[in-house]
Design a protein around this ligand. Structure first.
Ligand SMILES: [Zn+2]
Ligand SMILES: [Zn+2]
Length: 182
């Protein structure tokens, strides 16, 4: 029972993170941009391979833990509340890794392909769509889920993994992506 409680609470924490991931990206990244995250995010969009420095992300993780753990422990007790907060912050860490990996490395499975197409449609197709990175859940809930067609990537922002030795897109990715501009 205890193990089940801990597991359930941690999963709920991960789910809570996916909601925060959506809200932070959509509203702090794209709507009210004059905040620390908004500034970093604008730069991420314009430079493509720019990511906020690791200490800032560790700062964000500490902040998430500091604001979520005490009330959760107060409401649900040390075990369930603590597991929920750890699940939330742990999944935040997974999101950071997954997002960076999507930009730096090619897909290795169907989920990896989906993550990249979903996210690069947000970057290069329509930035008002596909705010979730780890899942389509909240985009579906809020009506911002869009199925990308062939994604047209600006040549100067093209991800390294999408470029063959000749600077063009390898045949394996041509159905999913095309280059535009010079
Ligand atoms: Zn990105
Ligand atoms: Zn964005």
């Amino acid at each position: 029972m205890t193990a089940l409680t801990v597991l359930g609470a941690a999963l709920l924490g991960a789910l809570t993170w996916t909601f925060m991931e959506y809200c932070i990206h959509r509203w702090l990244g794209h709507r009210w941009k004059r905040n620390v995250f908004g500034k970093e995010h604008t730069r991420h969009h314009s430079e493509g391979d720019y990511f906020a420095a690791t200490p800032k992300k560790l700062g964000a993780a500490s902040l998430f833990l500091a604001v979520t753990a005490p009330p959760a422990i107060w409401v649900a007790g040390a075990l369930a509340g603590g597991a929920w907060a750890v699940g939330l912050v742990g999944f935040y860490g997974y999101y950071e890794w997954l997002h960076r990996r999507a930009h730096t490395h090619g897909p290795r499975n169907a989920y990896g392909r989906w993550v990249r197409r979903h996210h690069f449609h947000h970057h290069f197709g329509d930035p008002r769509m596909n705010h979730g990175v780890t899942s389509p859940l909240w985009d579906a809930v809020f009506g911002t889920l869009q199925e990308p067609g062939q994604i047209r990537v600006p040549r100067k922002l093209c991800m390294v993994w999408l470029k063959g030795p000749d600077g063009e897109i390898p045949p394996a990715f041509q159905a999913d992506y095309a280059l535009r501009g010079r």
